[in-house]
Design a protein around this ligand. Structure first.
Ligand code: GLA
Length: 386
């Protein structure tokens, strides 16, 4: 049975009626350009073919009933009392609801049930899929017809304002705008982007999940946006025109080097280098220069590990193990860090055995079972009428 049929079946078993419509919302990968989004730099993500599926139907009441089927959990949002929830997944949904309410959009009660193929806490943005899919459903239920960018911002504000995660728009943007076979190079300062074909054959992108769970709430994620703001504040005493870290040049950084701690210097230098790597990656992708793509992935990991300090031992181990594999051109940690997946550029021939060997070696050292995801680049959020 397809996951769509399962959602329909479980929706009917739970609410006694068929859903009126379904929404599909994908997770994402990011080819390169990590932690650059909230620094108003460049990112290069794509939506993946692992998705979250939601069933929706108005229920004529004053309550939004939401069922997280995979977790065998449910939560209700009362539109009058505007209650809170202790459950993390529900706080994402309630955050989205509140952001609609903040736009003075009148919400009527509805029933919603969702299921997911996206691994949670793996750095492939199950949370953005939840926010964006849920937001698209409310948009349809309320016949508001917001454009994709507004839905992206609602999802991001839900996270910033209601979960206290100071993330940028990388994840929601990727889930909403994804297109099959294409990655999106976005300048986060202007929020303009272009689609690029991702034709890597005979190479493929494979994710390996460390299975070290991260949560941006408990990890050091929020420290980085605060540090970057502070670096910009210090920079502006000398260069008032620098509004964001991504507009700081290497020469300017060298000139003010002495006003920074080594840590701040490293953070700033990583962002400058990572933005440059995004552009280099674009060129290497267009010319199918797999050696350069691989080198850029390793260089990005190196910076994330040593300068930006958002990696962890398990991610570093997987990246090191990849270096022993001649069929792997490059690898790096992906997403916010502190756990989650590595992204590997691997030759398709014999890939399963190569990955299996790496996971075995990883297990021997860590006692943790890693998982591999053979992802494809898919389409963004869409409504499916039943
Ligand atoms: C997480 C955040 C994004 C972005 C990445 C790092 O996924 O949600 O906004 O900062 O980390 O690139």
């Amino acid at each position: 049975m397809s996951i769509i049929d399962k959602v329909k079946q479980q929706f009917e078993l739970t609410f006694g009626v068929q859903p009126e419509f379904l929404v599909r919302a994908p997770g994402r990968i990011n080819l390169i350009g990590e932690h650059t989004d909230y620094n108003k730099g460049c990112v290069f993500p794509a939506a993946i073919d692992k998705c979250m599926y939601f069933g929706f139907k108005p229920n004529g009441s004053n309550t939004c009933n939401i069922v997280a089927h995979d977790m065998a959990a449910s939560e209700n949002y009362n539109l009058t009392s505007k209650n809170d929830s202790e459950k993390l997944w529900a706080r994402y949904c309630f955050g989205v609801l509140r952001e609609f309410e903040n736009l003075d959009i009148k919400i009527m009660g509805f029933d919603c049930l969702f299921m997911s193929e996206i691994p949670i806490g793996a750095g492939v943005s199950s949370s953005a899929a939840l926010e964006c899919g849920f937001a698209r459903g409310i948009d349809k239920i309320t016949s508001t017809d917001l454009d994709k960018w507004e839905l992206v911002r609602i999802g991001n504000r839900a996270e910033n304002n209601h979960l206290n995660i100071q993330s940028g728009i990388l994840d929601q943007f990727s889930s909403m705008f994804g297109q099959e076979g294409k990655a999106m190079l976005m300048d986060c300062a202007t929020q303009t982007f272009e689609y690029h074909n991702v034709d890597l054959d005979p190479y493929e992108l494979v994710l390996i999940n460390t299975n070290v769970k991260h949560s941006h709430l408990s990890s050091g994620y929020n420290d980085r946006p605060s540090e970057c703001k502070e670096i910009v504040r210090i920079t502006q005493t000398k260069f008032p025109e620098v509004e964001h870290l991504s507009t700081l040049s290497h020469d300017q950084l060298e000139l003010i080097k002495d006003t920074f701690s080594d840590t701040y210097y490293d953070r700033a230098s990583f962002i400058i280098e990572e933005n440059k790597r995004v552009d280099d990656f674009r060129l290497a992708l267009a010319s199918r220069d797999f050696n350069t793509l691989g080198k850029l992935l390793y260089a990005s990991h190196n910076g994330l590990k040593n300068k930006y300090e958002v990696s962890c031992d398990e991610l570093d181990l997987l990246v090191n193990l990849s270096m022993d594999q001649p069929s792997i051109k490059g690898a790096r940690m992906m997403g916010g860090g502190f756990g989650g997946c590595t992204l590997n550029l691997i030759h398709k021939e014999g890939k399963v055995d190569v990955i299996r060997k790496m996971m075995y070696d990883y297990y021997k050292t860590t006692n943790i079972k890693a998982e591999a995801y053979y992802v494809k680049i898919g389409n963004g959020v869409e409504v499916i009428t039943t």
